[in-house]
Design a protein around this ligand. Structure first.
Ligand code: CO8
Length: 262
């Protein structure tokens, strides 16, 4: 496929940094970006020179501020299912590929952004990072794996708290919940993340990959396809509902939504 620089790559020996590059939209994921992300990750998954993948966002403000709300606005049910499935394919690749994947969250990780981070093997966050699943405030549900990965990481009650309220949590609270494995001061974030990634890359790759595979299986990645399918279809069914239309229109108009759905 033609790459449009929606995803930037930087390769240090053994470490591939994959950087979502739509800073004007706070790195929100539209279809083209998801396709490009999938293509570069697929290549990296079989590239012998890549031993560790770091997923991050361009700029200082945002990792990924979610799926592109403006692009989602015109979608019908079928298109919404397809969009959710595309995001879920990227997330599945991050989770299952035979390479360690680290999410380096350098700012907003909201909605689909939090979901992409959770699909990585673990998350390190700058101390100014902000996490959340705000979909219900848009008349939506998480659609890139958040309905099952969040509860795996933080437990069922905390996942419900976050998804029902849509509230944003800062890096220290995300760390306390178990969503994030390390919080690093923003000023030294990039260099510390690279140190960490290089450290992982120097270990035996077959041993790291085998431990990844086992931990995934033991932590219920089994049944992943069923969960992904169920989520994508539930996500798609919300499209066309009065709350979904109102939620996305309110975001575009920069006003608060008025929900009436029952
Ligand atoms: N989609 C599209 N554009 C976005 C998004 C987004 N998710 N987030 C930010 N932007 C754009 C804004 O529209 C704005 O553009 P412009 O300058 O042209 O007006 C620009 O980025 C900067 O944003 P703000 O001016 O809003 O910046 P602030 O610093 O004031 O606020 C926030 C930052 C808090 C991150 C705010 O932008 C925000 O709330 N964004 C939306 C976050 C959100 O709700 N994300 C979840 C989206 S839904 C989702 O991810 C579902 C995943 C499953 C999808 C399944 C598909 C079918």
């Amino acid at each position: 496929m033609t790459l449009n620089n929606l995803v930037l790559l930087r390769q240090d020996p053994g470490v591939l940094v994959v950087q979502v590059n739509r800073p004007a939209a706070l790195n929100a994921l539209n279809t083209d970006t998801l396709r490009e992300l999938y293509a570069v990750l697929k290549d990296a998954s079989v590239d012998a020179s890549v031993r560790v993948i770091v997923l991050t966002g361009e700029g200082e403000k945002s990792f990924i501020a979610g799926a592109d709300i403006l692009e989602m606005t015109g979608k019908d049910n079928r298109e919404a299912v397809e969009f959710s499935k595309l995001g879920n394919e990227v997330a599945k690749l991050l989770e299952l590929m035979p390479k360690p994947t680290i999410a380096a969250v350098n700012g907003f990780a909201l909605g689909g952004g939090c979901e992409m981070a959770m699909a990585c093997d673990f998350i390190v966050a700058a101390d100014n990072a902000v996490f959340g699943q705000p979909e219900v405030g848009l008349g939506l549900i998480p659609g890139f794996g958040g309905t099952f990965r969040l509860m795996k990481l933080v437990g069922l009650a905390r996942a419900k708290d976050l998804i029902f309220s849509g509230r944003k949590v800062k890096a220290p609270e995300a760390f306390q919940m178990g969503l994030v494995s390390q919080v690093i001061p923003a000023a030294e974030f990039r260099s510390k993340v690279m140190d960490l990634a290089v450290n992982v890359s120097r270990n035996s790759l077959p041993a790291v990959v085998k431990s990844k595979q086992l931990m995934n299986e033991f932590s219920e990645s089994v049944g992943l396809n069923f969960k992904v399918d169920a989520e994508s279809h539930a996500f798609g069914r919300l499209f066309g509902s009065s709350d979904q239309v109102e939620g996305l229109a309110a975001f575009a108009a920069k006003r608060k939504p008025q929900f009436e759905g029952i």
